[in-house]
Design a protein around this ligand. Sequence first.
Ligand SMILES: Nc1ncnc2c1ncn2[C@@H]1O[C@H](COP(=O)(O)OP(=O)(O)OP(=O)(O)O)[C@@H](O)[C@H]1O
Ligand SMILES: [Mg+2]
Length: 227
Amino acid sequence: MARRGFFVTGTDTGVGKTVVACGIVRALRSGGLDIGAMKPIETGVTEAGPLDAMALQQAAGGTDTLDDVCPLRFALPAAPNVAASHEGASVDLLRIEEAFERLAARHDAMLVEGAGGLLVPTAEGSTMADLALRLGLALLVVVRAGLGTINHTRLTLAEAGRRGCRVAGVVISHGSAGISEADALNLGCLRDELGEQLLAEIPPLEQGEEASRYFDALSLERVIDCV
Ligand SMILES: Nc1ncnc2c1ncn2[C@@H]1O[C@H](COP(=O)(O)OP(=O)(O)OP(=O)(O)O)[C@@H](O)[C@H]1O
Ligand SMILES: [Mg+2]
């Protein structure tokens, strides 16, 4: 069943999924849409807690329990199946679905941040793409601004299509370091190729700066309702 919202994936780990996801959630909520957020599996979790999930929980108003926002947490900073089996555990997809349904019932739309990229393994024989399909959410793909991004973006979009995932759009995130002149020209090629599929481009943010101002709530809502 198609659900209202986004499954945020990326061309890689560390590309800006959480920065973009929090920005989208904050922009939509200030535009009046009650969107909930979830990071169903977080790995590399220390005593400080699941940092991505905590950021998303706050962005979504801070009223959902962390156990629902992030039902599965593992210490090893590795792919979910690897991190889980390192602890003698497994990735319980049913627990994710149950938490998702509880949150979806409390909100008008949902944003879910995946771990790593689209084909990262979750449970045995299953990937983030399968999780997006299972939750019924359209993909929002976060991509880097630097060299290599045309190839990574094309691969992710092609694979999403091959697996029958709906794609809501792409967001380019620059990261904290600037890009070279060659990278900027390269990026122009990607922008042209993506056309309307490019929902936003986040420049290098200052320390502590939110990405929400780079999103237009009305356009995002239109995308949610059209995809
Ligand atoms: N546009 C940007 N400007 C400045 N810093 C950024 C930007 N986008 C991402 N970053 C920084 O890059 C790092 C990785 O970003 P982020 O945590 O959002 O990536 P991610 O894709 O969610 O990673 P993970 O796969 O671990 O979930 C963070 O330190 C973040 O603050
Ligand atoms: Mg993240």
